[in-house]
Design a protein around this ligand. Structure first.
Ligand SMILES: [Zn+2]
Length: 134
C-alpha cells in the first residue's frame, strides 16, 4: 500500500526525532543547560537559547490539552480516515505536541484524557507518533 498524503520535511534538527519514531521511541530534545525538554526539535532551546541539546527518550504518556474532531478530510487522501481526532497533547515531561489520537470512538476523547504514544508507519522513512486513550 502506498502513502499519498503529505509527509514531513525531515531536516538536520528533526532527523533524530523521526529516526527514533521509526524505531518505536518518542525522543524529544533535552537542554543540557536548563534541563528542560521541548518540542518541536530546533537548533536552540526555546527556554534559554542554549545550543547544548540532545535527544532524550520520554515516557510517551500525557494528557489531552485540547482537540478537534475532523469530520471532513483535510485532503482527498484523508477521506477514508474521517472522522479523526487532532489533539494537543501535554507530555508528562512538559512539552505540548500536536498529534492524532487513534480511536474507534472519537466521541470518547475529552480534555484531560490520559493518552499514550503509539507508532503508525506511513513509509519506510516516516513513522508518525500518534496517541491512544489509556
Ligand atoms: Zn535550555
Amino acid at each position: 500500500m502506498s502513502y499519498d498524503n503529505p509527509l514531513p520535511v525531515i531536516d538536520q534538527d528533526s532527523a533524530p526525532y523521526w529516526e527514533a519514531a521509526r524505531q518505536g521511541r518518542l525522543d524529544i530534545p533535552l537542554c543540557a543547560d536548563c534541563g528542560k525538554h521541548h518540542f518541536y526539535p530546533r537548533t536552540v532551546c526555546p527556554h534559554c537559547f542554549s545550543d547544548k541539546l540532545s535527544f532524550d527518550t520520554v515516557s510517551g504518556r500525557g494528557t489531552v490539552h485540547s482537540f478537534t474532531i475532523s469530520r471532513r478530510p483535510a485532503g482527498p487522501g484523508f477521506a477514508d480516515e474521517v472522522p479523526y481526532v487532532v489533539a494537543l497533547i501535554d507530555l508528562q515531561e512538559g512539552p505540548r505536541m500536536m498529534s492524532r489520537i487513534e480511536t474507534d470512538d472519537v466521541e470518547s476523547v475529552q480534555i484531560g484524557s490520559s493518552v499514550e504514544v503509539i507508532f503508525v508507519r506511513a513509509t519506510d522513512e516516516v513513522t508518525f507518533p500518534y496517541f491512544k486513550l489509556t
